[in-house]
Structure formats: structure tokens, C-alpha cells
Design a protein around this ligand. Sequence first.
Ligand code: NAD
Ligand code: ZN
Length: 250
Amino acid sequence: MDPPAEVRAWCQAARRPCVLSGAGMSAESGVPTFRDTPRSLWARFDPATLATPEAYERDPALVWAWYQWRTHLVRRAQPNEGHVALARWARSRPELRIVTQNVDDLHERAGSPEVIHLHGSLFAARCVACGRPPSQPLASLGDDGPPPLRLPPPTCAACGGLLRPGVVWFGEALPPGPWQAALDAVTRCDLLLVVGTSGLVHPAASLPAQALARGVPVVEINPQPTPLSPLASRVWRTTAAVGLPQLLPD
Ligand code: NAD
Ligand code: ZN
């Protein structure tokens, strides 16, 4: 399927493009999404038991093990052609901004500078008590055997508090710096590509409406319909790794 000609022309002409990416961006790298398929993380686990501050208080070892397993999956994954095409586009568009809801590092590993992480990172553990990062690199899971169901979190060398994953959990506020950077990016952009997000998690899901309100074209790239689809300027039903390399100029 060819990319819509008009969308290609918008991508050629854009000087300050912005990309909002979600879990679908990394699906073809083998990182499971949250909602859309039976393989998705939330189809097999209940988010209420794993991705909330209450869940961590109740059972830190269960939550820590689950995040260690996700970190392990991401470490083994490689950026896909979609991540690579965005990084290439950024070289000719220094003002391109990538705003991601992903907690992986695949945009960075593909070479994209300026990645704004709205929901934190799997690689930014911190102490629940004093907020410090670990003093030494954390051990990672091995490749053999099934992932452990429980793993006590390491403790902080400075204060003895437990370490927690550096991600934003349900019910937590977004980190103010990245949220402001995302608002700035959406306020300045001349084209917004929305790639691989179900558009259900707020406030990230409110960003496309802000671009639309300014009359900026918003293009959805997603194999499935989302709540954004009827509002977007154009929709291309394709995947990140197939669509982006065809769409973006070198
Ligand atoms: P989601 O799981 O709710 O939705 C994924 C979306 O991607 C769906 O609309 C689906 O149709 C689409 N999709 C699936 N495969 C695709 C592909 N190959 N190309 C393009 N689109 C594809 O994900 P979301 O909207 O990002 O949900 C938000 C939450 O998910 C965030 O909090 C984020 O932290 C978390 N999450 C992150 C990762 C990651 O870091 N890789 C993985 C899973 C979940
Ligand atoms: Zn501490």
C-alpha cells in the first residue's frame, strides 16, 4: 500500500515536525503493546495489580519482577525500520521532536536526539524514599528459564529505601519537565504524526487536539482505528516499520 501522496508532501514540507509515539511504535521490535492483541501485556496481566503506586506498596517484589522482565524484553529488542526512518528524518529536520509514551529506549538507540519521555523510562529506577538513582548498574535477568514471578527490589545505598521503576504509574502525575516540553513541541510544530498509540491514556491523548485546534495537520499511523481516527486530518492504516520508511524523506 502506497503512502497517501498528500501526507508524503506534508512530511517533505514540514520544518518543525512532531511525532507522538506509543507502544505500537515498538511492536515490530518484539516489545509487547498494552491493549490491542491477546499478546499485549495487559491482556495477560491486570494493570491494577502491577502498574500503580498501591500495587507496589502491596507487593513490591511482584511489581519489580514484572518490570525487570519488561526491561529484559526491551534490552533484547532492536529498533525497527520505523525508529530508524524517524532518526534519519531528524538529521535533516533539527527541530523535529519525538514525544513518546514508551518507556523503552528504542528511539534513542536508533539515533534520534531529543526524545521526550512522557511516561518515564525502564532504565531510570530511583529510591522511593530519597529519589536517588541506584549507585551501581542493576543486575539484569538472564536468558534462561521463565522470568521470576517475584524479585525483591534492591535497596538504596544512600538511605536503605526500596528502589522503584522510573516509570509513571496509573494515578501518578506526568513529570513536569517532559510534559511542558511536549506541550511546547505540539505548540510549535507544523505537522504532527501520531504513531502506534491507542489514544486512551490521558493527558498524552489530549496532545493531537491541541495541534488540530491550531490548524496543524495531524496524521495517524496505526493499523487499527482509535478515538483519534475520526478527528485526524489523514489516517494511514499501516504499521510503524512498514509505513514510516515509505513516508519520510531521507
Ligand atoms: P496501547 O497498547 O494502548 O496501544 C497500542 C496501539 O498501537 C494500538 O492502537 C495498536 O493498534 C497500535 N499498533 C499495534 N501495532 C502497531 C504497529 N506495528 N505499528 C503502529 N501501530 C501499532 O499503547 P499506548 O497508546 O502507548 O498506551 C499507553 C501506555 O502503554 C503508555 O503508558 C506506555 O508507557 C505503555 N507501554 C509502553 C511500551 C513500550 O515502552 N514499548 C510497551 C507497552 C506499553
Ligand atoms: Zn534513598
